[in-house]
Design a protein around this ligand. Structure first.
Ligand code: PHE
Length: 454
């Protein structure tokens, strides 16, 4: 049942149909390309085990406390990001802190829709048998030729953004909740099969050791910043996405408990993917510096070693595209909620304009592996630059603002009261309060500054 909110917003807002519906949808937002595509790529580029360990530490120190803060802010404000800040700190300039993530989610989508576009192209390439029988070297060449062309990436991205916008227009509940229920178990099941297959490759062990054994000799502040950025990206934090989802949460729901379940699911999928992709780097003799093509090379190589590889490949990329879709929906939802509630636009118009805007600004990103590959910004190509700027700078900044607001402006006491409204207990409220007021902002600010200057 869709309940009706009485939280004072002028328009009646939908709420999640059930606790399970909310969890599945939020897991749908969190689990996506961040886990399956970005996680193994950054682990490989940052030296393996030590990065994984710092990432896990950041999950507990920063990720879970901020997720709790964002969900609580969202539910208490009961509206889009800008209005959450305006409502909880009326008359102050804090509403600007909400404008920031609303605008910044554009940049994340500029990366996200490009990679999702590649995934769409890979569904059809697999189906057409183009990846069948190729070894890792040939798969690497295939990836370069697909992403280096202009037509495929631009078309894939357009289709992806169109579907994302269409789902948002259909509605929060119908659009998102239903997908999560079928998809998440499907993708996890497939990953488990691939994991088992990977474990039987010769030479897999050195890859597992590289993934799990920390070697701190190569560790720097920029690695720590990459780990923090990855947590924000993967948990959908600092972008208003989780906050907007929190605003559809009914009062009875237990925010800390839900945050923990969502985080465990998200980290679980990332680690599982890492345990497949990283060892296969070693098995297939690839360089850890393979970059954004990593999973598009290693995974099809694994599929080719299983009977009916073409089928596995098609189904896997199909499921990955859906996982990317549920994440992108939560991203675009941030802007649509803002445009419909603040500017009074219709949902259809808001989704259309947002998707078009994202498409236009991300054309250079889509072409960055081919026609525009020569353009460098701060030593990075356009794709890597936007990814770095959005994930390692904008997201931590957005998270920092949300957590400072919760800890010092709105106040942890009000936040805890909000969490306990319907008789829910929060055993770790003392720990959480200290984290949110002191440790999280200090850690994020410190890593952000030292990572940028190092
Ligand atoms: N968390 C999503 C993923 O891992 C991406 C995302 C980032 C979604 C930020 C919403 C907001 O794929």
């Amino acid at each position: 049942m869709i309940g009706i909110s009485k939280k004072g917003s002028k328009k009646e807002r939908e709420e999640w149909g059930s606790r399970k519906g909310f969890i599945l949808a939020t897991v749908g937002s969190a689990v996506g390309l961040g886990n399956v595509w970005r996680f193994p790529t950054v682990v490989a580029e940052n030296g393996g085990g030590a990065f994984v360990l710092v990432y896990l530490a950041m999950v507990f120190l920063v990720g879970i406390p901020i997720m709790i803060a964002e969900l609580t802010l969202g539910r208490s404000g009961g509206s889009n990001v800008v209005r959450v800040f305006r409502k909880l700190a009326p008359g102050s300039g804090w509403w600007l802190a909400g404008l920031f993530p609303a605008a910044a989610s554009f940049f994340i989508l500029a990366i996200y829709s490009v990679v999702a576009g590649w995934v769409l192209v890979y569904i059809f390439s697999s189906l057409a048998g183009l990846t069948s029988g190729l070894d890792a070297g040939e798969l690497s060449a295939l990836f370069s030729s697909i992403t280096g062309s202009a037509a495929y990436p631009l078309l894939g991205q357009a289709v992806f953004l169109f579907i994302t916008a269409a789902i948002v227009v259909v509605g929060v509940r119908k659009g998102i909740e239903r997908w999560g229920k079928i998809l998440m178990p499907g993708i996890i099941l497939l990953l488990l099969v691939f994991f088992v297959r990977t474990m039987f490759f010769e030479g897999v062990w050195s890859g597992i050791v590289w993934f799990l054994k920390p070697d701190f000799s190569a560790f720097t502040y920029s690695t720590a910043l990459e780990a923090v950025g990855q947590v924000f990206f993967s948990f959908s934090l600092g972008m208003g996405a989780i906050m907007t989802y929190g605003s559809y949460l009914p009062r009875e729901s237990n925010i800390p408990g839900n945050s923990l379940s969502i985080s465990i699911a998200d980290v679980g999928v990332a680690l599982l993917t890492g345990l497949i992709v990283i060892p296969s780097l070693f098995v297939f003799g690839l360089s850890p510096e393979t970059g954004p093509g990593l999973i598009f090379i290693t995974l099809p190589a694994i599929f080719n070693s299983i009977p009916f590889g073409m089928l596995w490949s098609t189904v896997f990329f199909l499921l990955l595209a859906f996982a990317a879709l549920t994440s992108a929906v939560s991203l675009i939802q941030v802007q649509v909620a803002y445009l419909t509630e603040e500017l009074g636009w219709s949902k259809f118009f808001a989704a259309l304009i947002t998707a078009l805007g994202i498409y236009l600004i991300s054309i250079p990103t889509a072409l960055s592996q081919g026609a525009l590959a020569g353009i460098a910004l701060a030593g990075l190509n356009i794709f890597d630059f936007i990814d770095f700027f959005a994930s390692n700078l904008l997201l931590p900044l957005g998270g920092l603002l949300a957590v400072i607001f919760t800890g010092w402006v709105w106040g942890v006491r009000k936040a805890v009261t909000e969490m306990k409204t319907a008789g829910n207990d929060f055993k770790l409220q003392g720990v959480w309060s200290v984290l949110v007021r002191f440790l999280v902002p200090l850690a994020v600010a410190y890593i952000l500054i030292s990572g940028l200057v190092s």
